[in-house]
Design a protein around this ligand. Structure first.
Ligand code: ADP
Ligand code: MG
Length: 404
């Protein structure tokens, strides 16, 4: 972490702690941060037990937290509606908490459900991760709670265990059937590296150096600012389609289909399932290829891999949309080495790998293409691989004793 990042962390932590004190009347026990993410390659592979290569963003969700001994869970977000949501840990149940508070409350519920004795708390969030932009503000919110509770109660859970708890919260408490990539990226990333995730064995993740700056590259993130409503139902349907295909092929998951057997498998499958299988198998191979190129120190070689990944999501998996397709096409036209949508799809964000110095030009070209097509201007940022979830300000006197 650079000195300016450290300064940034410290001053943000102080601001969030001040906000906490104004809301709840005294200082928090500690402040934690959990980042958003972009996925470099490996989309819709995690729930197929496959591979992915995400990296954490410098944008993160900060959480100031203090344990309560009366079993109440009070939640406030600077990005919320201004109100404090007041709940009881003992009454938490899937479907019982509406709105944004379900994400953090779900983590407390998932910890309790997994047998960890967890107490109530006062929690105040403040985030720089754009929400609903495909950059995983939801995982950042969950993972901040997971790492804070782990520290406050001295649970000693591993990064992968915390990610599983956060995923369980989103699946069972919020009701979104996501895989584990977003939560793994938020908890387990390290600065300067991409996270090599094997979703079948999250504990065995690796860190692959991704030295954008040293190699004269920039990663442009283009938030299209659109989310198409069909996203939720379509995601669940795609997931079911993959499970059905794996069952028809007699495999535990699509990850178990070797690329050499793909042509024969495609012939045997119903027409609506074959393209899904082709995407998943070729996408897993793209992750392996991308990791090999990064390990050789050739980050620029990721370009064509990203672009091929987008074509697969657009033509086979069919989760892109006119705005993400346009952002990819305009980036490539302006000289990007490669570009793809990142995240679940139906809107959200696009990443473009560009030579340093070209990022403004590419961003302007995409913005002009959006204007010409009648779309709202996209939001642009440049990303560097940042650290995963961490404590920013330690609680005085070490962790709280575990409370009944
Ligand atoms: P993404 O994870 O790509 O940002 P999601 O739809 O999965 O999109 O999650 C977005 C939702 O997460 C928001 O609608 C909101 O309910 C919740 N959320 C995320 N960050 C915050 C925050 N800082 N404060 C309040 N709610 C948040
Ligand atoms: Mg999300």
């Amino acid at each position: 972490m650079s000195r300016s990042d450290q300064w940034d962390d410290d001053s943000r932590a102080e601001r969030v702690a001040d906000g906490f004190e104004r809301l709840f009347g005294s200082a928090p026990d500690g402040v934690w941060a959990a980042p958003g993410r972009v996925n470099l390659i490996g989309e819709h592979t995690d729930y197929n037990d496959g591979f992915a290569l995400p990296m954490a963003l410098p944008q993160s969700t900060l959480l100031a937290a203090r344990v309560r001994t009366d079993g109440r869970l009070r939640l406030h977000s600077a990005q919320g509606d201004g109100r404090v949501t007041d709940l009881e840990v003992a009454s938490l149940a899937p479907g019982a908490v509406p709105g944004w508070a379900a994400y953090p409350a779900g983590v407390v519920w998932a910890l309790a459900e997994a047998g960890h004795p967890v107490a109530g708390a006062d929690l105040h969030f403040d985030s720089t991760v754009p929400t609903g932009a495909g950059l995983s503000s939801s995982a950042a919110l969950e993972c901040a709670v997971a790492v804070a509770y782990d520290a406050l109660h001295g649970l000693g859970l591993s990064g992968a265990e915390l990610a599983r708890i956060a995923q369980r919260a989103e699946n069972a408490f919020v009701g979104v059937p996501c895989g584990i990539m977003d939560q793994m990226a938020s908890v387990c990333s390290t600065a300067g590296a991409a996270l090599h995730l094997d979703a079948r064995h999250p504990e065995q993740h690796g860190h692959v150096p991704f030295d954008l700056r040293g190699q004269g590259l920039r990663l442009l993130v283009i938030d299209t600012r659109v989310t198409h409503d069909l996203g939720d139902g379509a995601y669940a349907a795609l997931r079911k389609g993959c499970e059905r295909a794996a069952a028809l092929l007699g495999l535990p998951a699509l990850r178990d289909l070797p690329p050499g057997e793909l042509p024969r498998a495609l012939q045997s499958l119903p027409a609506e399932l074959a393209p899904l299988v082709r995407h998943v198998v070729t996408e897993n191979a793209r992750v392996t290829e991308a990791v090999a190129r990064l390990q050789e120190g050739n980050a620029a070689a990721l370009g064509p891999i990203l672009t091929a990944g987008h074509a697969s999501l657009r033509d086979d998996y069919r989760v892109s949309c006119p705005e993400t397709d346009l952002a990819v096409a305009a980036s490539l036209e302006a000289g990007a080495l490669g570009a793809r949508m990142t995240g679940g799809g139906f809107g959200g964000s696009v990443i473009a790998l560009v030579r340093a110095g070209l990022e403004d030009f590419v961003g302007e070209h995409v913005t002009a293409a959006f204007a010409a097509a009648g779309h709202r201007p996209p939001h642009l940022l440049t990303a560097t691989p940042a650290a995963g979830a961490r404590r920013l300000a330690p609680p005085p006197g070490g962790p709280h004793p575990v409370l009944p």
